[in-house]
Design a protein around this ligand. Structure first.
Ligand code: KE4
Length: 433
């Protein structure tokens, strides 16, 4: 595969940008290769600087559920752009996106727009601490909630990929208020809440974990979080940055019937432009400035272009039957992957919720971060590079998810499965363990 232009661009980028990228996981360090520089994208395809074309399952890490350059989204952004790009003053677009989010998620009465998932979770934590007057927070190993100091503890995604469970520069004083517990371990959670529950400001969780690979909640886990936060006066925060409008129009909370106190969103609600949001019960959100005393602000929060992209995206996702199409396409991929794996000599496990899938090179169920860390990352690296050669663009890390979009048609799925079969044939069981 020709990579001259990407290589040249990467060499130049590294002179001016740390690691040559603006987000660590894009550097492809964990799969031992250089990043491809992208020229353009259309539908489910992405085209790099050397003219190579790939079926894209990263989808900008989740936002591109409609596929790239969706005509309605492009048109909506262009129309707003004709009137300006940023005013630093309220626009009706912000209220329209807020209404769409509130209509979609019954747990949300009010919502505040920010510019990233990190800002959303960081602000939600501050709000929970202010409302409860408590400092200690609980997160779960392998869950990633962005790079705010207080959350960079046993995080997943790029932090796990780079093997930096914390990070230099995060003071011990900050993270001493952060407890990280095993994901999907209701008993451990109950023990901690019995002893410390009255000091816990909030519990933040990815209701479906997508940053240690795709790990669904086991029966009773989310229910335990809801019951014990309720009982101890702690705030339950669902980080639906990845799952919001992804696994269902109402997010994971609608799928599992659990109503959190605060929900964090980003990715899909921005339709590919920078947006984050946090929202919840009116009595909680009323604490946020300027209505209340909890300060949070942002120059480009509610940016008109980003709002337009988000509105256009959610308007389409409201179309009846659209999640059935996503489900059918994703099921086709899951079943096809299982068939190909079963016929290969490589041990691999597929896990899926809706259009989010995980492929783990292991022969055991993956229910938590320790399970995920036992996967054979060398094999994943070989698989990633092999799939790239076959024209399929996966996340450059075992600790990420595969995203199916509405632009992936059955031919794309079948082409992907043929590529998987060919690549797995080149990998042998003896390499796995
Ligand atoms: P951002 O600050 O990157 O917009 O969102 C942080 C975040 C928060 N919560 C969840 C559940 C997330 O998945 C993320 C970000 N996801 C990663 C991909 N796993 C972003 C990719 C990257 O870091 O470049």
């Amino acid at each position: 595969m020709k990579r001259d232009n990407s290589h040249r661009m990467y060499e130049r980028a590294r002179k001016f940008i740390p690691g040559g990228v603006n987000s660590p996981v894009r550097a492809c360090k964990s799969v031992g290769t250089e990043p491809l520089f992208i020229d353009r994208a259309e539908g489910c395809k992405i085209y790099d600087a050397d003219g190579n074309v790939f079926i894209d399952y990263v989808g900008s890490w989740g936002p591109m559920i409609l596929g790239h350059r969706n005509p309605f989204v492009m048109d909506a952004v262009t129309r707003v752009l004709d009137r300006g790009s940023s005013f630093g003053a309220p626009t009706d677009l912000e209220t329209r996106l807020a209404e769409l989010i509130i209509d979609a998620m019954a747990s949300i009465d009010m919502v505040r727009m920010v510019n990233s998932g990190t800002e959303a979770t960081m602000s939600a934590i501050r709000l929970a601490r202010a409302v409860t007057g408590r400092d200690t927070i609980i997160k779960f190993d392998g869950c990633y909630h962005g790079h705010a100091d207080t959350l960079l503890v046993e995080a997943g995604s790029g932090v796990a990929t780079l093997g930096i469970p914390g990070s230099p520069g995060v003071p011990e004083d900050v993270v001493k208020h952060t407890l990280s517990l095993p994901y999907n371990d209701g008993d451990c959670f109950k023990k901690v809440m019995e002893s410390k529950g009255d000091r816990i400001a909030c519990v933040i969780v990815e209701p479906i974990a997508g940053n240690m690979g795709l790990v669904p909640p086991v029966d009773g886990f989310l229910e335990a979080l809801r019951e014990l936060t309720e009982k101890t006066g702690s705030i339950l925060i669902f980080d639906e940055v990845m799952t919001g409008f992804r696994v269902a129009y109402g997010g994971a909370q609608s799928l599992y019937g659990i109503s959190p106190d605060i929900t964090c969103l980003a990715k899909i609600i921005g339709g590919g432009l920078p947006v984050g949001a946090y929202g919840g019960r009116r009595d909680i959100m009323a604490h946020i400035a300027p209505q209340g005393p909890v300060y949070q602000a942002g120059t480009l929060s509610g940016n008109p272009l980003a709002m337009a992209a988000g509105i256009a995206t959610l308007d389409q996702l409201k179309t009846p039957g659209i999640y059935d199409i996503l489900e059918n396409r994703s099921l086709r991929l899951e079943e096809g992957l299982n068939n190909v794996v079963a016929q290969s000599s490589v041990d691999a496990l597929i896990q899926r919720v809706g259009s989010m899938l995980g492929m783990f090179f292991t022969n055991r169920q993956v229910e938590n971060f320790n399970d995920a860390k036992t996967c054979n990352r060398g094999l994943y690296s070989d698989f990633y590079k092999g799939m790239l050669e076959e024209g399929v663009y996966l996340a450059p890390s075992q600790f990420e998810s595969i995203f199916v979009s509405l632009a992936h048609d059955e031919d794309d799925i079948d082409q992907t499965l043929s590529a998987v079969e060919k690549v797995l044939d080149g990998m042998t069981k003896k390499d796995v363990f």
